[in-house]
Each structure stands twice: as structure tokens, then as C-alpha cells.
Write a protein that binds this ligand. Sequence first.
Ligand SMILES: [Fe+2]
Length: 427
Amino acid sequence: MSVPTAVLPALPHWETTPDDLRAAVREVKAALRARIAASGRTVEEVFAVIEERVAAQVADIAAEAERGEPVWPVIDYADIAAGTVSPELLAKLQRRGCAVIRGHFPREQALEWDAAIVDYVERNRFFETYRGPGDDFFGTVGSKPEIYPIYWSPAQMQARQSERMARVQAFLNGRWRHESEGVTWFEPDRDCLYPDRIRRRPPGADSAGLGTHLDPGTLDLWMTRANQAAFRHLFDGTVEQYDPWDAAHRTAGPQYPGSTMTSVFRTFQGWTALSDMDHDQGVLHTVPIPEAMAYLMLRPLLADVPEDDMCGVTVGKVFPANEQWHPLLMNAVTGIPDVRAGDSVWWHCDMVHGVAPVTDQKGWGNVMYIPAAPWCPRNADYAVQVREALRSGASPSDFPAEHYERTWDGRFGVDDLSAVGRRGLGL
Ligand SMILES: [Fe+2]
């Protein structure tokens, strides 16, 4: 039925950030529409297919919430370790694209790590020398996350290179299709060790939260050759085949730089709780619908969006998801359940997410960001930078060049790496 993709009009592409963004947006939108039309369908028809798929999930989530059932899948670490996660729970993880892993680490271990981080930053006079936020990446979504730009504490590295972390990452990577077209797009059982920051939000804190957004890219999602291939089904008349779990063409292409961007391919973003957090204390929310990405990618092609606008997406800023352009999705925004120190929280890399506001927060809100970023060409490239940063104590190149830890005492060193850690750095 469908038109062979080889005969569809080719798309213009920009492997580095276009000089004239508005002109490039106009050009690529016209070309994407022309390609869809040449496949024998209309943009409206293709969008309607995705809208219906997403709307069914939105309704399902609303019904589940109505019945008082947990929308987020909750998986016991012990079941992952034993390989006994039920087929029903696996199906739910696939459907929702996010999960809480209960008891990923013993609670005492997580609390010990939290205390060790405090000791590490205090010993090195971090609060006296802190120079303020090093990036304004979240400027448009209006918030000041309480983030420490600290990467190399022994606590963080112990968590990153632990067997327990490797096991969960392999389990999560395994939800994706990693081989197709004769290519192994990534290695599910080997993660690349990705250093990220920590957040410590104290009791009594007021926080404006963080608006709903996405992290996988900006205009490059429509404009690079690799991303156009990754999202090919949306634009070539085969929208029914779009699979948010297909890693094809996602693990090697270029990205447009931003002040805080992720160079790596992550199957899931995640964090590990270092304190207990109740569900109503300014916690993470997602739109737990992996296919919502297709909705976000197609939405700017509809006629009500100005020709030079991608629903507000532009380089150097986070990709916003909002009431103006995506009201359907906003109906499904769902927060995590209560978590305890040592639980971890994961969400598909394309998933819309945000952080709820809180006033006079009860208890701490402390997390260590650790994603699942399997070994692949893109991540192997980045590992070169990470090895260098680990040796010198620099801030990793994905993050603002703040470099607090270069002279710090008690920093984790190359000699402290475990087998998992060495493998994750390509050593
Ligand atoms: Fe984000």
C-alpha cells in the first residue's frame, strides 16, 4: 500500500546548527509536508493517527488514576536481579515508559551516600566558593533547581559503578530494540558511565518547579539526517509503524550544541533517591506515554502553527511541552508515587517531564542523577571526554565549565574504578 520511501522527495538537512533558524524551519516544514503528501497521506491524517493512539493512553491513565491505581509501574529491584519481573509489569513499563525501582539500593546505603556528599562538599568549602548557577538552560521554563555542579564524589561514583546499577541499566536498555537493518545500534548489557550532578533541596524550601519539557534535542530532531531517519515513519506514510522503543539511527548522529545538552544516547533518564520524598513534595512528573514524542514531532506541521515556528522549539533552550500546543498531553501529567532513599526513578529519554512546585517542603529532596546510557558510537565518543574529566576533576564537557572539584580533597580517582567503572569508561 505505502509508497516505497526511496521514491519520496529527499529532505533538506543541516548537520550543524543552521545560520538562519527561521529560514531553515520554513524549509524543513515545507519539505516534511511534501514528503508526507508524496506518500499519499495528509499531515492532518498522519497526525490524527498519533492523536488517537495518544488519546487512548490519556484516557487509560485518567481511568487508572480515577480507580486509585498507581499509574507509574513500581518494580522491585529483587525481581530485576532474579529475572522474575512479571509479564504484566513488563507490559506496563512498555506502555508507560517510566518506572520506580523499589529498593534499588538499601536505604541505609543511600542515606550514607547522602551524608558522604555533604561531607565532601563541606570539607572542600563548596558553599563559600559557590559562584551561582553556571547555565541558564532552564531560563524559559522558569525555575532554579537546587543543583550542585559536583560530579566526582566517591558516593556518586560508587553508585555509578555498582553492580546493582549495571543490572538495572541492562534491564532498562533491554526494553529497547537495539538491533535492526543489520546494525547493532547499542550494547544493552554495557553502560557508559555518565557523570551528572546532584540535587539537594532542603526542608522548608519553596520551589517554582520546572515546566514540562523534553530533553532529547531541539531543532536537530527535525533537521539532521540521522534524526530524520530515526523518526522516518512519521514522515513517509508509515506512521502506524512508529515505535518509540526503536533505537535505529539514534546512537551516532550529530546534535546541535546548547549550553547544557546531553551528548549521549540515553534509553532512560533517571535518578536515585538519597532521601525519602512524598509524592506531593515537588517531585518529578511525566506524561507517561512514550508515543507522545510522535505527537510533539508532528504538531508543528499543522496549519495553525506559524510557518517559521516549531511550537516554540529552538536551539539552546529546552524543548517545551505546554497547554498552548499540546493540551491533550497536559491531561496526562502524572507524578511519581512516594519514594524512599535507595529507590530509583526512570523515564524514557523522549518523555515529557517536569518538576512540580512546592512550598515549605517537608523533608529533604535529594537525588543523584544517573541515566541508562548504553555503549554505542555516540557514547563511546563522549567516554573519551569523561575519562579526561575524571583524571583532572573537571566538569564533564556536557555541563557548564565550572570545574569546582579540580583541587578538591577526597575526590574519586581512576585507581578507585571497579570492573564495571572501567568498562563504562572504555578502559
Ligand atoms: Fe529534563
